[in-house]
Design a protein around this ligand. Structure first.
Ligand SMILES: CC(=O)N[C@H]1[C@@H](OP(=O)(O)OP(=O)(O)OC[C@H]2O[C@@H](n3ccc(=O)[nH]c3=O)[C@H](O)[C@@H]2O)O[C@H](CO)[C@@H](O)[C@@H]1O
Ligand SMILES: C=C(OP(=O)(O)O)C(=O)O
Length: 437
């Protein structure tokens, strides 16, 4: 079993470099299915387990995938025959595999993809994706845990209104519409920077996508798409996670490569708490104050406060001097990290979708288990300010979205180590933690 062990109390100082965005690269990997001619070369690719899973899905679909890890570059060749089925083995590992459906349907007129199911943070249905495909003329059936979409005569452009600005549905419909006959308009589209990055790649491949980043995206269908080169946008969630780690430890950190514009709600809330955030062309510098002021936060689709920063933000709020609230409106079950934090001395009450937190918290080190990706990051951040030793388990979640998280924190002066221990070793380790750091 792997664990991260943190000895809290160090102020983080120095520069940390941010990788390409997980949530941008995954749909871009899927978009390479659309290129029936030439190769697509994607650079600034983060070395994350989700990226490897998406590569496996694509290889299963008969696409050539060559990952040059030392150069953070993947070359895709989808010029041969592509197959239409994404099996349960991969989709169950990573929900984002569902975004292969739009490109497959566009290119082949059919797609058979395992239904992704929910995860720890919520039920996560795909009804909006499927309604979009149906509006484009696809016939949808569900059998044996798979969803099958067929459009033997091709898709036809239309106006689609999303009941909620779903990121995945916007991406899937946008990709499906690139090869549809005529024009598609997506109303109430998601506006995340990762949508813009995907639209940029599609346009370089020969598509005509206008308005990405606004609530109305217009796509004029074209006959074929071809390969291209593209560098993935920086990860605003990884950047935000380090910004919070810097602030909560009263540190002084340059988050190199962070794009301030993509993290505006977080930056403004951090300033409200008394954190000094200096925006530059090459990154964002964060200086934590001696005392944090309490603040109320509500998650919303972009440009609102991102749900993927919610667990990390609650650590900062718990350290503030007074009571703060967090309301989670995007996912129905994203407070699971708080149960673990209670074991580290966090004081809070949950009422529906809102948690009321009482700070400042004197976090005590404890052994805690992550329930999902951002919960894992939040628990490690709590460990950075806790007295004594914190051990975080279930690192498979962390590896979905952060490459070398512990090494980056160690580079900023944190006392942190990742160890691989069996259960017996763990008992000995608990008795002699100091020798391990
Ligand atoms: C790989 C990736 O990019 N993941 C991100 C993406 O996930 P993802 O694309 O899954 O998130 P969505 O924006 O689709 O989901 C937001 C909400 O809409 C609901 N919903 C969504 C689709 C649908 O058909 N029906 C429906 O009800 C979901 O259950 C959820 O409550 O956006 C989320 C919201 O910013 C982020 O937390 C994830 O990190
Ligand atoms: C929820 C997340 O990702 P996914 O949609 O891939 O589960 C996340 O990145 O925090």
């Amino acid at each position: 079993m792997e664990k991260i062990i943190v000895h809290g109390g160090k102020r983080l100082k120095g520069t940390v470099h941010i990788d390409g965005a997980k949530n941008a690269v995954l749909p871009i990997q899927a978009a390479t299915i659309l290129a029936s001619e030439g190769q697509t070369v994607i650079s600034n690719v983060p070395l994350l387990s989700d990226v490897y899973t998406m590569n496996k899905v694509l290889r299963f679909l008969n696409i050539k995938v060559d990952f040059n890890e030392s150069a953070n570059k993947i070359t895709f060749d989808a010029s041969s025959d592509v197959s239409s089925e994404a099996p349960f083995e991969y989709v169950s590992k990573m929900r984002a595999s569902i975004v292969v459906m739009g490109p497959l349907l566009a290119r082949l007129g059919k797609a058979r993809v395992a239904l992704p199911g929910g995860c720890a943070i919520g039920s996560r249905p795909i009804d909006l994706h499927l309604k979009g495909f149906e509006a484009l003329g696809a016939h949808i059936e569900q059998h044996d845990g798979y969803v099958e979409a067929t459009a033997p005569n091709g898709l036809v452009g239309t106006d689609i209104y999303l009941d909620f600005p779903s990121v995945g549905a916007t991406q899937n419909i946008m990709m499906a519409a690139t090869l549809a006959k005529g024009k598609t308009v997506i109303q109430n589209a998601a506006r995340e920077p990762e949508i813009v990055d995907l639209a940029n790649v599609l346009n370089k491949m020969g598509a005509s996508v206008i308005g990405a980043g606004t609530e109305q995206i217009r796509i004029q269908g074209v006959e074929t798409l071809h390969g291209t080169d593209h560098a993935v946008v920086q990860d605003r969630i990884e950047a935000g996670t380090f910004m919070i780690a810097a602030a909560v430890t009263k540190g002084d950190v340059m988050v190199d490569g962070a794009i301030a514009e993509h993290n505006k709600p977080l930056i403004l809330k951090m300033r409200e708490m008394g954190v000094s955030v200096i925006e530059g062309d090459d990154g964002v510098r964060v200086i934590g104050p001696d005392k944090l002021k309490p603040v109320d936060v509500k998650t919303l689709p972009h440009p609102g406060f991102p749900t993927d920063m919610q667990p990390q933000m609650t650590i900062l709020q718990l350290c503030a001097d007074g009571s703060s609230s967090m309301t989670e409106t995007v996912f129905e079950n994203r407070f699971m990290h708080l149960e673990e934090l209670r074991r580290m001395n966090a004081q809070y009450t949950i009422s529906g979708r809102t948690v009321l937190m009482q700070g400042p918290t004197d976090f005590n080190g404890a052994e805690v288990a992550a329930s999902d990706l951002r919960a894992a990051a939040a628990l490690v951040i709590a460990g950075l300010v806790a007295s004594g030793y914190t051990q975080v388990r279930n690192l498979q979640y962390l590896d979905r979205g952060y490459h070398d998280f512990h090494k980056k924190l160690a580079g900023l002066g944190a006392e942190i180590k990742r160890v691989n221990v069996d259960e017996d070793d763990a008992i000995i380790l608990n008795q002699s933690l100091k020798n391990h750091l």
